[in-house]
Design a protein around this ligand. Structure first.
Ligand SMILES: *[C@@H]1O[C@H](CO)[C@@H](O)[C@H](O)[C@H]1NC(C)=O
Ligand SMILES: *[C@@H]1O[C@H](CO)[C@@H](O)[C@H](O)[C@H]1NC(C)=O
Ligand SMILES: *[C@@H]1O[C@H](CO)[C@@H](O)[C@H](O)[C@H]1NC(C)=O
Ligand SMILES: *[C@@H]1O[C@H](CO)[C@@H](O)[C@H](O)[C@H]1NC(C)=O
Ligand SMILES: *[C@@H]1O[C@H](CO)[C@@H](O)[C@H](O)[C@H]1NC(C)=O
Ligand SMILES: *[C@@H]1O[C@H](CO)[C@@H](O)[C@H](O)[C@H]1NC(C)=O
Ligand SMILES: *[C@@H]1O[C@H](CO)[C@@H](O)[C@H](O)[C@H]1NC(C)=O
Length: 228
């Protein structure tokens, strides 16, 4: 075997090692979905009533690493949220990310969201601290507070029926004209807006159109007019 053969062999072996290493910890998502839920609608559609009365606000449901062409990743590692992380962010998380169904168990809600979704957010978000802090920043400093966005577009949560396009346009005016994902549920015959999601690229550097909208026939499809 000549020097060319040697170089060829070494290159092949090296490539193989790189391939194995990188595939074993490749990112399992290609975009992020940042979902907020309208508290009264969450309580209306839950089989058991909420213990405490909901606020008329959209608050965080979760930040979910997602796959546009296959099943979404979940439970990617067995790491748990550090108590130190909870301690330092608790005051802010209680406001933007409450456990609407049970306000005595905010920590449980955050821990389950971390276990299911946060553990899959690496390499964009490398730790529990970075994961939760990023959500706080998105809602507050990056102004992705859906209640505020709708309110500024003069769409008030007074339980009347609103044109879906008005809601979509209000969001699109704030996210580079990208399509949000809207989820509705049937509340005794009236379609009610339950969730609004922003989608972002795998770096969380820019908004993208949300893949996988709920289509007609889905129980979560939002028709032309919805209650909010
Ligand atoms: C998304 O899911 C498909 C089908 O399971 C898989 O082939 C692909 O690798 C996944 N994408 C990412 C970024 O992990
Ligand atoms: C997490 O722990 C469970 C139970 O011990 C184990 O079956 C599973 O493989 C672990 N998952 C990961 C991603 O390490
Ligand atoms: C994934 O995490 C969630 C939230 O903690 C948990 O309820 C669920 O049982 C886990 N699933 C698996 C397969 O470990
Ligand atoms: C989000 O917006 C609503 C409506 O403007 C406001 O009442 C609420 O305080 C805001 N939340 C935060 C954390 O800024
Ligand atoms: C409800 O709010 C909308 C604005 O979102 C307004 O046009 C409408 O008049 C209000 N209706 C009632 C009954 O307050
Ligand atoms: C919504 O609920 C009403 C009554 O509860 C029912 O008649 C109707 O079929 C439901 N519609 C959908 C799309 O589920
Ligand atoms: C992520 O950011 C890097 C560096 O800014 C850039 O080169 C890359 O194209 C970005 N990826 C996506 C999916 O936007």
């Amino acid at each position: 075997m000549g020097i060319t053969g040697m170089i060829y062999m070494v290159t092949m072996v090296f490539s193989l090692i790189v391939l194995i290493l990188s595939s074993s910890k490749a990112q399992q998502y290609d975009y992020f979905q940042f979902t907020q839920q309208y508290q009264p609608a969450v309580c209306n559609s839950n089989p058991t009533p909420c213990k405490d009365s909901p606020d008329k606000l959209f608050t965080v449901h979760g930040l979910w690493p997602s796959n546009s062409s296959g099943p979404h990743p979940h439970n990617c590692t067995n790491t748990t949220v550090k108590s130190q992380t909870i301690r330092s962010l608790k005051a802010q998380l209680e406001i933007i990310w409450p456990n609407v169904l049970n306000r005595n168990d905010h920590v449980g809600f955050w821990s389950r969201q971390w276990a299911k979704h946060g553990t899959c957010a690496s390499p964009a978000l490398k730790s529990d601290m970075q994961y939760f802090q990023t959500v706080i920043n998105m809602y507050t400093t990056q102004k992705q507070n859906v209640s505020k966005i709708l309110s500024r577009a003069n769409i008030k949560p007074n339980g009347t029926t609103k044109a879906l396009t008005d809601i979509q346009n209000a969001i699109r005016n704030r996210n580079n004209n990208m399509m949000p994902k809207l989820k509705c549920k049937n509340n005794s015959g009236i379609p009610e807006l339950v969730e609004v999601s922003f989608c972002g690229d795998s770096n969380l550097t820019q908004f993208i159109n949300c893949p996988h909208p709920f289509l007609p026939g889905s129980p979560y499809f939002c028709p032309g007019h919805v209650q909010y």
